[in-house]
Design a protein around this ligand. Sequence first.
Ligand code: FES
Ligand code: FE2
Length: 427
Amino acid sequence: MNAADPAADWGYLIQEDRIHRSVYTSEALFRREMYSIFAHTWVFVGHESEIPKAGDFVTRHLGGRPVIITRDAHADVHVLFNRCAHRGAKVCREDKGSCKVFVCPYHSWTYDHAGRSVSVPLDYAYDADRESGKFDLLRAPRVSSYRGFIFACLDPEQPALEDYLAGARQVIDEWLDRYGGGEVEVSGTQRYRIAANWKFVTDNQGDGYHPAYSHRSLLMMAASRYGDKDMQYFAADPDASDMFVKGFRNGHYYLDQRPEMHKVSAWELQRPQPGREHLEQSLPDKYGVDEARRLLELAVGAGMNLTVFPNLLLIGNQVQLIDPLGVAETDLYWFATTVSNLPDEVNAMRMRTQEDFPMFGEVDDVENFESCQAGLGIPEAEWVDCSRHLHSDREVVEDDGTRAPVTSDITMRTFYKEWKRLMSMED
Ligand code: FES
Ligand SMILES: [Fe+2]
């Protein structure tokens, strides 16, 4: 193995108990990821509620490729490469909006929301006619939604989205079904720019080992002022709790806090928030005691961290999208959500909950990601450890995946097994 040419040996880079630093630091491996992973699997690009009406759009990236997610006049969703068919300029330069057509700023070639050419100025001088498709935007060949989550796939050989989701599908269903038919809608976006490789975010998403240490200040503040509150169950030995992690097929995994969160009441465990007392007092008068209790439980986080390989995360009531911009530059979108059948005041309280962790906890995580990136710049120290609970004999194989103690690195091992499979495929 030549350390300067790590792509030569995938078995060396990804071992059962450790990962080579170059997986996070190599420009060459990053470029290969954008092809071998992001062009060969289903990639999360947005939520249908971001583009509810005909003409709506958002712009994103699909493995570094600029794309426009659109809703056309027939309510169909498309993922268009944001690259003019003429000379390649970015056709749409807004983050989101609504429009009748897309007009390229360079020479005004114009497109509809399915990417079809609508007009080409002075077109008498071209030989082809517009029906030929030559003047159209290129589209992602496969676009599919699962219960509102829009994915695109550039590889015609991949299985259908629902098969691809494997065991993650059940977790998404549970995340949505607790609202009894209410639709989850994206209601706001925060975007973090992180000076670190995108996989530090996925490594952390299923990491039940770090909360007591990384988020110590948050836990201590809550404990000293308010007693035993949210996430205190991570404080002693989380492996002695009923929480767990589970790895699925295709690189997906999740961490489940619900067994502890719902032992008594997730609402009771929630840290103080503006408006909490008022909501607790006013809801029973309006809806009765039992319904008020149900609604309060829906005002707090869902208690699960799901990763859908490679870039969709569900965390609490939020949706996250990871957008890798460079080997050490990542945008992380946090989408807050409201639910169509919840009263406004409950949705408002959900917003307070969704402001809580990104403000008080995510800063700790981002600091760790950037610190790890800097640490992995040391060539002599080559390895990242992912061996926790590898040989402790506490894994349970179930029909849809493997369950392990909540601090197990089975989450990372699940992710990198799929990463290695895709990266090592022949071109
Ligand atoms: S590059 Fe878009 S119209 Fe010329
Ligand atoms: Fe964290």
